[in-house]
Design a protein around this ligand. Structure first.
Ligand SMILES: Nc1ncnc2c1ncn2[C@@H]1O[C@H](COP(=O)(O)OP(=O)(O)OP(=O)(O)O)[C@@H](O)[C@H]1O
Length: 281
């Protein structure tokens, strides 16, 4: 499988150095090439949606950015430096996993872990600042009320809001989100989407947002990276989310229509999930 030869190195939105830069990047597992020849710059303040069917390598891309997975070829830089594990510049909302009911860690402690690795010092002022930041992050996701409860007793959506708070508490300059809206009700989908977008718009973070459902975030998206079967396209939502481009990527007929502010995509079995909850934007 090969990457699309039509994909150009992408141009950063501003003249600032990119927050994330991949050059001629390839990721393979044994003989299986997930993607290759990937050139991507994500600028500070940019919101990039990463789309594609199951197994196309979206989560693997985030793992490369987190320094958890080595590229098979090519280079990667985060703010001009190689990707490395445990970077406190990066906030990460992992794909949701249900926690055992026996997990006794409290929500506020989970959010506080997002500050580990930051040099606060040991004094009382540092402890106060840490507490203040955790409290603010908990308020932002409306989790204050249940922050002292054991995680295992919380609902999936409540746990997810705490993961979002943990990713945001350190004010990251790169925010990696792996299907962060899963299991959130519509009202919290909107609030969490807005918090993530604010981290880009107001704090100049580069956001990479993996999702199967673009409609809830469509108004927030600057560009789309669409991965299918080793091929990919990068561009504005209009450039990528159209019948010609998706038909070429999927190598079968795909129809994309705009219905009001929503995108409706039809034609590939594995594709229909992109339009679920289409009225939630
Ligand atoms: N360490 C590994 N060794 C071998 N294969 C792997 C490894 N990690 C992931 N894979 C495979 O690579 C493929 C891409 O996985 P990845 O989780 O990146 O896909 P995805 O696009 O995020 O999928 P989904 O939409 O289902 O979450 C999968 O088929 C997966 O089984």
């Amino acid at each position: 499988m090969t990457a699309s030869s039509e994909t150009e190195p992408t141009v950063a939105r501003t003249t600032t150095a990119p927050a994330v830069r991949l050059r001629d990047a390839t990721l393979s597992y044994g003989p299986r090439v997930l993607w290759s020849g990937l050139d991507l710059d994500v600028a500070p303040g940019e919101f990039l949606a990463v789309l594609g069917p199951n197994g196309s390598g979206k989560t693997s891309l985030l793992r490369v950015l987190l320094g958890l997975q080595q590229l098979s070829a090519g280079t990667i830089e985060i703010a001009g430096a190689p990707a490395q594990r445990g970077s406190n510049r990066i906030g990460y909302i992992p794909q949701q996993r249900a926690l055992e009911a026996t997990v006794t860690v409290r929500g506020s402690d989970l959010v506080g872990l997002g500050l580990d690795g930051h040099h606060w010092g040991l004094g009382i002022r540092s402890r106060r600042e840490r507490k203040r930041r955790v409290a603010a992050a908990l308020r932002a996701v409306e989790a204050t009320e249940y922050a002292r409860m054991p995680l295992g007793l919380l609902s999936g959506g409540e746990q997810q809001r705490l993961r979002v708070a943990q990713a945001l508490v350190s004010d990251p300059s790169v925010l990696l989100c792996d299907e962060p809206l899963l299991s959130l009700d519509i009202s919290h989908q909107r609030k969490v989407s807005r918090l993530i977008a604010n981290q880009a718009r107001e704090r100049d973070a580069a956001v990479l947002f993996v999702t199967h459902e673009i409609n809830p975030v469509l108004p927030l998206v600057d560009r789309v990276l669409y991965l299918v079967g080793g091929r990919f396209r990068i561009g504005s939502p209009d450039e990528v989310m159209n019948s010609a481009t998706l038909s070429e990527l999927y190598r079968t007929d795909i129809e994309v229509a705009r219905v009001g502010a929503r995108l409706v995509v039809a034609g590939a079995d594995d594709h229909d999930h992109h339009v679920q909850e289409a009225d939630e934007a």
